[in-house]
Design a protein around this ligand. Structure first.
Ligand code: PGA
Length: 254
C-alpha cells in the first residue's frame, strides 16, 4: 500500500498537563520522520492542549458518545472532541468493550456519529485468549467487525482504520507470531473488500496493537497488510514512542 505507516499512541487514562512536554517532544520528532504518520490520543482533558502544541501530529480521542448532545452525564460527543481539536477517535477498544460492557452495536452507533461529525475512526477488534486457544479467533474478530461497521461507507474508507488488538497481548509483553498477525490481517482485508468493495475496502488501514515496543516494531510493521501500530504503554514517553515511529520509517523503502 502506498499510505505512510500510521503510528498512533493511545495514552489511555494517563497524563496530566505535565505530559505536555512529551507531546511536544513527540511532535518535534515527528517533524523529522515524514515517512511516518504519527498521532496521539490523550485523555479528553488534554485533547485541546495537545492540539494547540502540535504542528505535525494528529490528536484524537479514545471514545465518544453516539448521540449529539443532551442529558448524558459524563459523556462527550463526537462533535465535542472535534471542537476540542481531535481529528480522529478510537472506538471499540477492548477496555471499553470489556470494562464498560460496550456491544458491537453500540460501537457501530458511535462510529456512525463520529463519521457524521467529520472525524476519522480507528475501530478496534481482537479476541480473548481462550478464543485464540480454541482456534476461533478469525471468526470472533470478523463477527466483531461485521457488527461494528456500517453496511456502506459512502467513500469514507479513507477515514477509517481497523486496529487488530488481541486482548491477551495488550499490556502483557506477549504478541502473536508474525505468521498469526499476517493471517489475521489478511482475513480482515478480505472481509473489508468483500463488505465495502475494492475501492473503500482496500483503502482502510489495518493497524496492529498489543505490546508493540521499539524492539519488535520493525518486524511487526513489515508483515503484509500491517499498515501501522496502535501503541499503549510504549507511547507514554517520546523516547520509546518515536523509536517505534523510527522503526516504521525504516521499514518503508521509498
Ligand atoms: P499496549 O496497549 O501497547 O500497552 O499493549 C495497546 C492498546 O491497548 O492500544
Amino acid at each position: 500500500m502506498s499510505l505512510r505507516p500510521y503510528i498512533v499512541g493511545n495514552w489511555k487514562m494517563n497524563g496530566t498537563r505535565a505530559m505536555l512536554s512529551e507531546a511536544r517532544a513527540i511532535d518535534r520528532a515527528a517533524q523529522r520522520y515524514m515517512k511516518v504518520e504519527v498521532a496521539v490520543a490523550p485523555p479528553y482533558t488534554l485533547i485541546h492542549a495537545v492540539h494547540r502544541e502540535a504542528e505535525q501530529i494528529a490528536v484524537g480521542a479514545q471514545d465518544c458518545h453516539p448521540g449529539t448532545d443532551g442529558p448524558h452525564t459524563g459523556d462527550v460527543s463526537a462533535a465535542m472532541v472535534a471542537d476540542a481539536g481531535a481529528k480522529f477517535v478510537i472506538l471499540g477498544h477492548s477496555e471499553r468493550r470489556e470494562g464498560h460492557g460496550e456491544s458491537s452495536e453500540e460501537v457501530r452507533a458511535k462510529l456512525e456519529a463520529a463519521i457524521e461529525a467529520g472525524l476519522e475512526v480507528i475501530l478496534c477488534c481482537g479476541e480473548p485468549e481462550k478464543t485464540r486457544k480454541s482456534g476461533e479467533q478469525e471468526e470472533y474478530v470478523l463477527d466483531q467487525l461485521r457488527a461494528s461497521l456500517p453496511d456502506t461507507l459512502d467513500q469514507a474508507g479513507e477515514r477509517l482504520s481497523v486496529a487488530y488488538e488481541p486482548i491477551w497481548a495488550i499490556g502483557t509483553g506477549r504478541t502473536p507470531t508474525l505468521g498469526d498477525i499476517g493471517a489475521m490481517h489478511a482475513s480482515i482485508r478480505t472481509f473489508l473488500v468483500e463488505r465495502f468493495g475494492e475501492q473503500d475496502g482496500s483503502q482502510i488501514r489495518i493497524l496492529y496493537g498489543g505490546s508493540v515496543k521499539p524492539d519488535n516494531a520493525r518486524e511487526i510493521l513489515a508483515v503484509a497488510e500491517v499498515g501501522g501500530a496502535l501503541v499503549g504503554g510504549a507511547s507514554l514517553t517520546a523516547d520509546s514512542f518515536m523509536n517505534i515511529a523510527l522503526a516504521a520509517g525504516e521499514g518503508d523503502d521509498q
